[in-house]
Structure formats: C-alpha cells, structure tokens
Design a protein around this ligand. Structure first.
Ligand SMILES: Cc1cc2nc3c(=O)[nH]c(=O)nc-3n(C[C@H](O)[C@H](O)[C@H](O)COP(=O)(O)OP(=O)(O)OC[C@H]3O[C@@H](n4cnc5c(N)ncnc54)[C@H](O)[C@@H]3O)c2cc1C
Length: 403
C-alpha cells in the first residue's frame, strides 16, 4: 500500500502518477484539510471575490474515487514509525505502508509579535483560512497586512479590491524582497499604491492592539494603524516536524537525494517540505507550485520502482502583481563581479545577470514578451558572446542560433 501525507500539489501529483503506473495497489492520501485538492495560488483572487472557492478546486472527490485513491480528509498524521512501517493518525488509528511519501508542504511563520492570538488576526495558506478572512473582511473597514512578499502583496490587493482600507507593512526596505530587485520593487510598490494600498516599507510592527480579545489596531513606528483585520504574511517554512520526530534527516526541510528518497528506506519527500539537490551543487527548497507537481511525479515513479532522477531547475516566478506581469528566473539580484544589464522605460523593466559569460538571472516586469527566450537562457545555462544584444527590443529566437 502507498501512503501519502498531504493532498497538495506534490501529494496529489504523486497519487495520480502512482495510479497511472500501478493500477492495483491501494493508494491512501491523508490530509488535515477538509477541502479536496485546490489551487492555493488562487486564494487571494478568491478573497478579492473574483471567483468563488469552488472555482479553485483542481481535483474533485469524484475524480479521486474514479482513480481508486482513498482520501482521508480532515485527518492529521501524528507519527511516522519507520521501524514498523506505519503512520499513526490523531485518533490513534495506524496505517501500514510499503512506500510512504511525505508531502506536508509549508506552514506560515509567525513572527514574535505580541497579540497575534487576537481575534481578527489571520495567516493565509489554506482555503479555510481564506474563507475566514472573507468573513472577517465583511465586518471590517480597515486591514493591515504584515509582510510584503508575494502572499502579503496579493492579499493586500485582494482586500483593497473588496473595498477595505489597507496598509501593507514590510520590515525590509522594499516590497517583494525575494522576487525582484530594488528598482523593480519601486515600480511594483507604486502600482500597489495606485490600487489603493498604503505601502510602509522599512517599518517594524511593534505589537497588536486589542480590545476584549479582538484586534483594533497594529502598532508601527510610534503610531497605531486602526484595523479590525490583520493578515500575517512574513514567510513560510517547511512543515517538517513530523519527519524530524520520526528520525528522518531534516535541515530546513527533509533532506532528499536526486531520487527524492529521504535518509530512511521506503520514505520519500516532495514539494515545499523537501530540501533537494540544486543547480549549485548544494541543496535548496524551491517552494513553488510547478516544482511541487514535478517532484510529486518523480517521487511516485521512484516509489513504483521506476528509478527516475529529479532535474533541478532555476528558481522561477511568473505572476501578475497590481496589473503588472512579472517573470523572474534564477538570480535576479546579482553580486560583485557580475555583469548586470538593465533596460527600464516607464513601468517596463528588464534585467539580466551574467556571471562568467553565463546568464544566471532574468527579470522582466511589465513587458514580458522576451521573458520566454531570455528565461530559457538561464535554464540552459547558456554562454553569451554579445551580452548587449540580449537587451535589444528585437532579441528573439533567431539570435539563439548565433549563440
Ligand atoms: C496565497 C498563495 C499564493 C501563492 N502563489 C504562488 C505562485 O504564484 N507561484 C508558485 O509557484 N507558488 C505559489 N504559492 C506556493 C504554492 O502554493 C506551494 O509551493 C505549493 O502549494 C506547495 O505544494 P505542496 O504539495 O508541497 O504543499 P502544500 O500545498 O502546503 O500541501 C501540503 C498539505 O499537507 C497537509 N499536511 C501537513 N502536515 C500534515 C499532517 N501531519 N497530517 C495530515 N496532513 C498534513 C497540509 O494541511 C496541506 O494540505 C502560493 C501559495 C499561497 C498560499
């Protein structure tokens, strides 16, 4: 029997692949959520009211049943016992496995801010949390979003789209610090402000103000931002506690080899929880939806006995923020000694980071027409002869022939 912990992108991709490769063996997917597999990426749009929660469902109860995959919904795995090859559920029931996949994903980080337990303070990772935020937003006039990473920015814009007065507070000097460089962040921050969100960067949250256990404000830089709702979005971490308790090798995430096998036999890990070999020869956690799907599929192949190596890919983000398309591939920051090429015009921004004649990073904001061809250079680790030509507005696939 195959057992998968987690019914997210990695867990569901693994279950479907296992069924394709093995029509007979029992497959059980356990998740502590009660919503069938849905797109987390769409949660901000659901909060904004652009479409209903049902539109985010990617695989229904009926489809799991058709595939003969047993879903244990609303169940939490409390222990993995590798010596007995069983997992234990919160109610005490134990399930045996031949091969186990840990696909427990990420969990939001809570910063050490006093008052986060107050009513009206939320994090955003699950559909249930999105629905709770929608209910709270219906009663609120003002909201504060703490953290201006991708989830924070999208949530702030979503709440503004619902008509709330929104302030986005970020400790670092710029928005999207992990996705873009300082110049692009300035453009994005301006666009966010144009959508009605007040942006406060370089600002530390000092505490939550409450009355009768409910939030009434957020203290920042000597002032209180009055609000009835706050969303904490300061980052996520791999949900690897269960694996660590079971004795699997864990650093930030569960350490796996190229075959996504953990340090213990017959146990694999995939998705946001897995710390995988990367292109630099080290290990990292991509924490991206398409990568989680790919890893789930690769892990499943290995669980089914078809030895398949995972191919690491450069970090990549393709999103739209405040009406601006953004594609970032690889190292978009650059460092000392790198050649950095920039073309900026209005809200359009293009940047290339070249190290040792190899394109290491590409950032396209606004005009993303060349993001495919330029991003491809990062994936191919292509060597470039004429770097300047890369920024030409007509650089395209024909140029690749000459490279
Ligand atoms: C608002 C938002 C926007 C995002 N935007 C983007 C984007 O634009 N691009 C992008 O690439 N990625 C984006 N992401 C990240 C993306 O959603 C994740 O990379 C992806 O969901 C990871 O999939 P996963 O299967 O590894 O883990 P998860 O989706 O986290 O699924 C893990 C599941 O395991 C369950 N679980 C954990 N522990 C247990 C246990 N002990 N017992 C039972 N069940 C357990 C969890 O409840 C969860 O359901 C976004 C995420 C959010 C929340």
């Amino acid at each position: 029997m195959y057992v998968i912990i987690g019914q997210g992108a990695a867990g569901t991709a693994a279950a479907n692949t296992l069924r394709r490769l093995d029509g007979k063996k029992a497959i059980t997917v356990i998740t502590r959520e009660t919503d069938y597999f849905y797109s987390r990426v769409d949660l901000p749009d659901i909060i904004a009211g652009y479409y209903p929660p049902s539109a985010a469902v990617l695989q229904t109860h009926e489809r799991f049943a058709e595939l003969g995959i047993t879903c244990r919904m609303g169940e939490t795995v409390t222990a993995i016992m590798p010596d007995k090859k069983i997992v234990r559920l919160a109610g005490g029931e134990c399930l045996e496995y031949e091969k186990l996949l840990v696909a427990t994903g990420s969990a939001p980080v809570l910063p050490p801010i006093a008052g986060l337990e107050a009513k009206g303070v939320y994090t955003l990772w699950t559909m249930a949390q999105a629905e709770a935020i929608i209910r709270a937003a219906a009663r609120a006039r003002a909201a504060v979003v703490i953290g201006a990473g991708l989830i924070g920015v999208k949530t702030a814009l979503a709440l503004a789209a619902r008509g709330l007065t929104v302030t986005l507070v970020e400790k670092l000097p710029r928005v999207l610090p992990r996705q873009v460089d300082a110049a692009a962040a300035e453009i994005v921050a301006r666009r966010i402000a144009e959508k009605g969100v007040a942006v406060m960067t370089g600002t530390v949250v000092e505490g939550i103000v409450t009355e009768d256990g409910a939030i009434t404000g957020v203290k920042v830089a000597g002032q209180t931002l009055a609000c009835e709702l706050a969303v904490v979005a300061v980052g996520v971490r791999p949900d690897a506690g269960l694996a660590a308790q079971a004795g699997l090798k864990v650093r930030r995430g569960i350490v796996v080899d190229r075959f996504l096998q953990t340090s213990l036999p017959d146990i694999y890990a995939a998705g946001d929880v897995a710390e995988v070999p990367d292109l630099t020869g080290g290990y990292s956690i991509p924490a991206l939806w398409p990568v989680a799907v790919e890893q789930g599929q690769v892990a499943a192949r290995n669980m089914a006995g078809r030895k398949t190596a995972y191919t690491p890919v450069p970090a990549m983000n393709a999103v739209e923020v405040a009406g601006l398309p953004l594609i970032a591939v690889g190292d978009v920051e650059g460092g000392p000694g790198d050649d950095i090429l920039v073309a900026a015009r209005g809200d359009n921004y293009k940047k290339l980071v070249i190290r040792d004649k190899i394109v290491r990073g590409v950032l396209c904001l606004g005009d993303i027409r060349q993001a495919g061809v330029l991003g491809g250079l990062v994936f191919r680790q292509a060597e470039v002869r004429s770097a300047k030509r890369l920024l030409a507005p007509d650089f395209g696939f024909v140029d690749l022939l000459a490279m």
